[in-house]
Design a protein around this ligand. Sequence first.
Ligand SMILES: Cc1ncc(C[n+]2csc(CCOP(=O)(O)OP(=O)(O)O)c2C)c(N)n1
Length: 287
Amino acid sequence: MALDQAEWKRLEDKAHELRKLTLETVIWAGSGHIGGSLSAMDVLTALYYHEMNFKGDQLDDPDRDRFVLSKGHIGVGFAPVLADLGCFPKDWLKEYNHTLSPLGMHPSAEMVPGVEVSTGSLGHGLSVAVGMAMGAKLGKKDWRTYTLLGDGECCEGSVWEGAMAASNFKLDNLVAIVDRNALMMDGPTEDVMAMEPFAEKWKAFGWEVFDIDGNNISEIVDALDKAKETKGKPSVIIANTTKGAGIDFISGDYKWHYGAFADDLADKARESLDRYHDERLARVKGA
Ligand SMILES: Cc1ncc(C[n+]2csc(CCOP(=O)(O)OP(=O)(O)O)c2C)c(N)n1
């Protein structure tokens, strides 16, 4: 069902709050993976605040939907989501990546409530998610599995082994979302290791493909709805995004894959996020 305006606005406000909290967390940490955290924030918001059956105070619910952050380097964007959902105190964010903090650069399932699988070494999350989705099928359970990958991550051959297995086992309870920001750590994907024709590759591997604007929450929700209706095969959402979305002086710049904000830049970044939110609210009103 199409997203109504009130729900869309609620999700926009939440995504804005989380982008701001991510920026502050990078500042508290001293530095962090800001670019890929911001490109993915709309997807994380749509999943955790609209789509998934997941509650921060019921982490042992056997029927909860599962999420695997395959692009685990954006722990600094994921931790604010889990903190906001009540998985752990928000104060933990102030010591993100400090010595002895449970919140390291990459999410640890052993140390951080709400993290299902430890990730950070790229290329593993999809295969783990395949195993989870198979487990649900074998156990005749209705919960669903979601995983978020980076497009640069798709250079890893193991991603395509997972993709092959998911369609072989007809895992229609599995949704992979690829953050297609078209940049990886050291340049544009098409210069470093060409991905295109990306949608066709997934189709050839037997997946249902949704190619969308991944910084439009309404389009993300729509694709997630359609994925739920897809039977007999897994779905992939190619979420075309902008790396660093929301902070104008880092947006679309691969050199801001990872970075630090000096005081003057931090204020500029905060102001830019506020302007970005205003522009996006105008889009909601105009819809
Ligand atoms: C196996 C492995 N190799 C290398 C790295 C180092 N690394 C961290 S992020 C990154 C780039 C990933 O690019 P992409 O998946 O496009 O991430 P995004 O642009 O969405 O942040 C690399 C190579 C890693 N984490 N794991």
